[in-house]
Design a protein around this ligand. Structure first.
Ligand code: MEV
Length: 312
């Protein structure tokens, strides 16, 4: 049995969501602890996909899977495989529509598994282009940040469409909390566009402000300044709220994290639902913040250790 395998993982955006769509820089962290794995087997019969939301023939997938379907077909064409005789299995722990990059992670794992099945080594540019096919279906005008961060092994500095590795020297614990409300990236991206049209001056100032926080935040990470990093996260949340991409549930979680001693907190990803991230100085602080977030309505939490390279 010929088999191809591919893997990618979730991500959190530390700074720059939305502003990155309008040319500002961003900082994202890979969440390798939340992987997506795809296996593609050559078996006689139609092209099928097995995943948590749907199992069956690829041509009949529900709208929910339009983006992965587009990625599969584009990748098959690119690597020269037929639209039949392949069984695709998707397994993963990345909750969908939570701002954690599940669409890019699934797309990335699909691209890698199908390229592996074809015995092809893709260049980074080929890989990113194929993931972008799905991201365009999912939310229209992707910056490419999610595609880069869900494939990266290290924190990422993303600017002008190019991802670079960011060597962090800081130690801290990031608590990721799920509001339980589906994120609406497409809608949120459109809300920001409307804000920029209606209030161009203020919109431009917020974009520049978010970009400056990404610049400064990257320096805090590489310079080991957790308090300064936390403050910038909370400032970014204020700007994202003004842009209309937060929500009452996200605001409540951010406030709860700060009241429980977080160094900073903000929504992450597309917003209008999905997750927040809170920065804790150490594990004991993370325990207190975690508890407060659950009491404030988080339906799930994860921990991600930010550490100097030698700790990883
Ligand atoms: C979504 O995770 C991040 C956004 O900035 C969209 C994008 O970068 O394509 C909201």
């Amino acid at each position: 049995l010929r088999t191809g395998r591919g893997k990618a993982h979730a991500k959190v955006i530390l700074f720059g969501e939305h502003a990155v769509v309008h040319g500002e820089p961003a900082v994202a962290l890979p969440l390798a602890e939340l992987p997506v794995r795809v296996t593609a087997e050559a078996v006689p019969g139609p092209l099928t996909i097995a995943s948590t939301p749907y199992t069956g023939v690829l041509h009949e997938v529900p709208e929910l899977l339009d983006a992965p379907r587009a990625v599969v077909l584009a990748t098959l064409d690119h690597v020269g495989l037929p639209h039949e005789g392949i069984r695709i299995m998707v397994e993963g722990d990345v909750p969908p529509a939570r701002g954690l990059g599940s669409s890019a992670a699934v797309a990335g794992a699909l691209v890698r598994a199908l390229a592996d099945l074809a015995g092809r080594d893709l260049t980074e540019a080929e890989y990113l282009d194929l993931v972008a096919v799905g991201e365009r279906v999912a939310h229209g005008s992707p910056s490419g940040l999610d595609a880069a961060a869900t494939a990266a092994a290290e924190p990422v500095w993303f600017e002008a469409g190019v991802a670079r590795r960011l060597a962090t020297r800081m130690s801290g614990v990031l608590v990721v909390a799920d509001s339980g409300v589906k994120g609406r990236t497409r809608h949120a991206v459109a809300s920001v566009r409307t804000f920029l049209e209606r209030r161009p001056m203020r919109g431009a100032a917020l974009m520049t402000g978010l970009g400056a926080l990404a610049q400064g935040g990257a320096l805090d990470l590489t310079g080991d300044r957790p308090e300064a990093l936390g403050e910038k996260m909370t400032q970014a949340q204020g700007m994202l709220r003004e842009l209309g991409v937060s929500s009452p549930e996200l605001d409540r979680l951010v406030d709860a994290a700060l009241a429980a001693g977080a160094l900073g907190a903000k929504l992450t990803g597309g917003g209008q639902g999905g997750c927040i991230i809170a920065l804790a100085a150490d594990d004991a602080a993370a325990d207190r913040i975690d508890l407060a977030l659950r009491e404030a309505g988080a339906i799930g939490t994860w921990r991600h250790r930010i550490g100097p390279e030698e700790d990883r």
